[in-house]
Design a protein around this ligand. Sequence first.
Ligand code: SF4
Ligand code: SF4
Length: 493
Amino acid sequence: MSSENVKHETFEGQPHTHLYTMSDPAGAVVFRTDVMKQVICSPHGGELVTAVLSEEASPDTLPSDVRDLIASPSSGLPESASGTARTGMHDVKTLYLVPTMDCQLACGYCRIVRKQGQQAGFRLSPQEGRDAVDHVLGRAPSGAKRTLVLFGGEPLLVPETVFAAICHVREGRESANTDIMLQTNGIAIDDETAEFLAANDVFVLLSLDGVEAVHNRLRKLAAGGGSYEGSVAGYRNAKKHGCRMGVNATVTTATQDRFVESFEALLEDLRPDKCGAITHLHPVSTGRSRWQVSSEVATRTQIGTFLAARRMGIYHQQMCEKLAPFVNGTWRRYACAGCGGKVVVAPNGTAGICEYNASDGQSFVPLEEFSEEAVADFMSWAARSPLDTRECMSCSALSTCGGGCAYDSQMHMGDPLKFDPWLCDTNIQIIQWLMHDLLSHLQGAVAGQDFHEVTERERALVLGDITVERTLAPMTSIAEFAEARKAGECAAG
Ligand code: SF4
Ligand code: SF4
């Protein structure tokens, strides 16, 4: 039996209580999203809980500790869940630097390269790259952890700006507190580039959609032919020189049938430090991309790729970002970095909060003018969280969702502050799988008894050998990494 056969029930007057009943393994899980507690029940325990929550039996039929946990009224989310909203510019700790929106590739589903709009023909100069680092990351309080992401198009088409920005960070006072990530197709990673990236502790995240035949289906070189060979050569070069590596794979309707199998083979071959599965494509215009998979396929893909990564002990970004709050007993406020405090500096030198809005300049202003007042969306997006949304309070994915992508909501629903029901379906189905996985690990805990409250250590079983404490950010922080390996001086000098 699979997790698809799990029965999910909610009960009148108990908005934060979710009951999952299954027959293989036999039993039930009660999940309370307000106190972040779970109780594993034997089949008989599950029947008792169902009767109490349906008000067909007195709560006194349950042991007092279980009754307190399951049937006590909710008083809403605690302060620790509601008090984490971004409040102003001082909360900005992430800079996306986009030196160009050009790319050597012409991937069938790419939104950025095909719709450059106001950014077409612009490239950031090295000085503009350094200024962006100062203006954006320089506002974070001293000692605060911060992240520079080099993004495109293909950022390595403007190597002088990429190198200048990296050196500027590494020569600055906050170097030890700054993670740097390069998101690239890998084609331009030659020996010299790889040495530079490794010496400056740049995490390299490559886009590779699977084994060669799967990857090449939609990831074509603009000049013609598949891009797999060039990308994998760049990957191997960066890894050979000591870079920490990640692989992001995007699933489409053209590749969905063999995707998980292909993803697993890719991980076996490349053994990255991190991986991720992209199941939601940003629309080019209104309406879903023709390559967008269904929410059922997206769910199966997230779970299947995670299980492959878990078997190999490899951090899976999309799933671990949901599982970490579940395991830690906390609440995820934002899934969107733009909501959480990221600033993007686009090729024409303007700054905004989402790279996908740079083409039409929505919420983009000259870098030096970027402020709470000048960019109205900066503060309105900060309020976009399921944790502050009444309709989300009774959702089983409340603690793990984060609300998805504001740009996609803007395109699909005409309002960036709404939540896309398509994404909700995926999140809710993943929680259903999670409850099945939890009971599969813990069915022995209720042998000979009816109830067992799940501990944090037991929740961590869903992660296998993956550690999330060190890897909540897109990469391990250099501050931690430096303990294992001495970070060198800036190699480009
Ligand atoms: S709106 Fe979407 S694409 Fe833009 S920063 Fe947020 S999650 Fe990313
Ligand atoms: S899945 Fe949808 S309904 Fe549930 S918390 Fe997220 S946005 Fe809200």
